[in-house]
Design a protein around this ligand. Sequence first.
Ligand code: SF4
Length: 320
Amino acid sequence: MSNYTILSVSDLRKYFTTAEGVVRAVDGVSFNVKHGETLALVGESGSGKTTTGHVIMGFYPPDGGKIIYKGAYELSIPMKKRPLELKRDIQIVFQDPGTSLNPKRLVKDIISLPLLVHRIVDKRRVYEKVAELLEYVGLSEEYMFRYPHELGGGEKQLVAIARALAPNPSFIILDESTSALDVSSQAKVLNTLVKIQNELKLTYLLITHDLGVVRNISQRVMIMYLGKIYEEAPTEEFFKLPMHPYTQMLLSSIPTLSEEDEKIKPRGIESVGEIPSAVKPPSGCRFHTRCPFAKQICMEKDPPDIIVNNNHIVRCWLYE
Ligand code: SF4
């Protein structure tokens, strides 16, 4: 990881109008991503984490705020209006490779498409490059002649990763990329992601609800709840010293594999209730309807960013 900020997000907002009202999916989110790191964006379903990733990708424009990439590109513009070099440089790997890979195309054609669109190799060398990419993610050349439905879940995801690598990106959004996999396929895909990151100096934004994955591959963690970020910390400190009651609630509800882990698990914060609707988010601290420590001010005022140390930030009135 370097000190160079590859992506800077400030006061990002994304709202959707629905029959029930306006959903404030992302409501004032700010963060930086350093070149070469894996930054995890964690939250329950409905927290806004996936929407944040999709706005960065340009799937839909933001309703406010700024996203600056490599200090030069403003990412508020939709994907189709972005310059080709920007489309090439930022890639995404989705949760379900079964739907993200075209079922009617052979693997060789799925991976060769971005190679040709972005003119990465000469047409005559394209299948040679496809074979190289497959080998790079741990699949043999024979996979070129298979259809997605002939592959297992982990294999499909490795093909999706090879396709994402094809245009030589610098930044990859991993959108719950291992959530649908069984434990052994997940381990294989995670190991591959770590290997290629180290070798190619890639930067990952890891969008997930799985704290086990976060612990394995990220260097920093942000916790998102109802469209806002409530805690941000280096991964090691995050697991040793979780400060926000919501973070503690999430950590206390994950199963642990060892006695060591069981000992450091936060106690006394049970997982209570469901995430409220983002159409009418609770006033003040949005977690107050589920927080066992809520006090009057929590219901009235949104807590400010409280800097615990240089790298650890928490938004909670308990630490004011
Ligand atoms: Fe709980 Fe209040 Fe902290 Fe929110 S600000 S997490 S309601 S103590």
